[in-house]
Design a protein around this ligand. Structure first.
Ligand code: 6CS
Length: 336
């Protein structure tokens, strides 16, 4: 009987130790919205490498398409099926309306160093957004930029009038709809998986994305003109399921934080010169692709539309959005 009791107690203890996770080697699942060799995939690979070098845990990566669209992987992360997820604010707008602040045109600086410093130091990003993500069961780990967003269309765009009647795909985000309405287009929100086909069949005639993505997804095969008006830089966010994160030991939390820091530094470095290189590669792949970088003067009519989009953002998000926007602007001022 005594032996039996000892065996039982030992078994329970072993189970408790394993639940607490102190010494167990776990597999953590991490999904993102892009391919392994695209920016989000590079970040995820670096994160995995760091976690695995500094703990016994394994990180299993799920690139775009393996578990559905962005909205599906977000649901899986909230449900705890995934431990980590990368979802861009372009898709998070419906869940966290304040995340749409990234779509007020001409808010983010074009200068790469200023932009990186902003993501590194911004109070809005690093102190205010985590509380909003936490309300949705998510631990916000990092936000980072993915490159200047340019439009691809069938016809040249030199003025907002040129976007008149153009059905323009945007990510599923009400403020992006407002933005492209203000620019004069007919915005059409679609998940990523439908974009190439919709462009090919003429359901839409334009879309926007950063240079590396225009190249890797071969958007130049289904459009003839790239136009850069400097209105935005693509932002993305990596987060963990909050219950999972809160349940980690202090040691494992540190592993996750350090891996996030290392991946953040790595991805900023990785992107140095990437936009220019991608546009060059597109020009080489399709020599008759028109690539128009609009001048300051040509950009002005687009810039003039930004104020109305900012108003729409405040209308959509109320005091909470206004606070974020004000902090955002103060943070931007601080890095100038
Ligand atoms: O436009 C989109 O939907 C996609 N763009 C990028 C740069 N990453 C993922 C996202 O799904």
């Amino acid at each position: 009987m005594a032996i039996f009791k000892t065996v039982i107690t030992g078994g329970i203890l072993a189970a408790v130790t394993s639940v607490a996770g102190a010494a167990s080697a776990d597999t953590w699942r991490y999904a993102f919205e892009e391919a392994l060799d695209e920016v989000q995939g590079k970040y995820a690979q670096k994160f995995k490498e760091e976690v695995e070098a500094n703990s016994d845990h394994e990180v299993q990566l799920f690139p775009y398409g393996t578990l559905g669209e962005s909205v599906d992987t977000m649901e899986q992360a909230q449900a705890g099926i995934l431990q980590f997820v990368d979802q861009s604010p372009g898709f998070t707008g419906a869940l966290i309306p304040e995340a749409q602040v990234f779509f007020v045109p001409y808010l983010l600086p074009q200068d790469g160093e200023q932009l990186n410093e902003f993501f590194r130091t911004s109070k809005a990003i690093n102190e205010m957004f985590p509380a909003l993500y936490a309300e949705q069961g998510l631990e916000l780990l990092r936000m980072f930029p993915e490159g200047e967003v340019c439009m691809t269309t069938q016809e040249p765009v030199k003025t907002p009038e040129d976007l008149n009647e153009v059905k323009f795909r945007v990510m599923t985000n009400p403020l992006l709809v407002e933005s492209y309405k203000a620019f004069g287009a007919t915005p059409t929100p679609l998940p990523w998986g439908e974009v190439y086909g919709a462009m090919q069949t003429g359901i839409i005639q334009g879309q926007e994305n950063p240079g590396f993505y225009l190249e890797s997804t071969k958007m130049y095969e289904v459009t003839d003109v790239i136009t850069c008006i400097g209105h935005n830089n693509f932002t993305t966010a990596v987060m963990a399921n909050k219950d999972f994160y809160d349940g980690l030991s202090d040691e494992d939390k540190e592993v996750v934080e350090n891996a996030s820091d290392a991946a953040f530094d790595y991805i900023l470095e990785y992107q140095s010169g990437l936009q220019e290189k991608s546009l060059e590669n597109i020009a080489a792949a399709k020599p008759d692709m028109q690539i128009n970088i609009l001048s300051e003067e040509e950009r002005q009519p687009f810039k003039d539309k930004a104020a109305s989009v900012e108003e729409a953002f405040i209308e959509m998000t109320g005091d909470s959005g206004k606070e974020i926007l004000e902090q955002f602007k103060a943070d931007l001022e601080a890095v100038k």
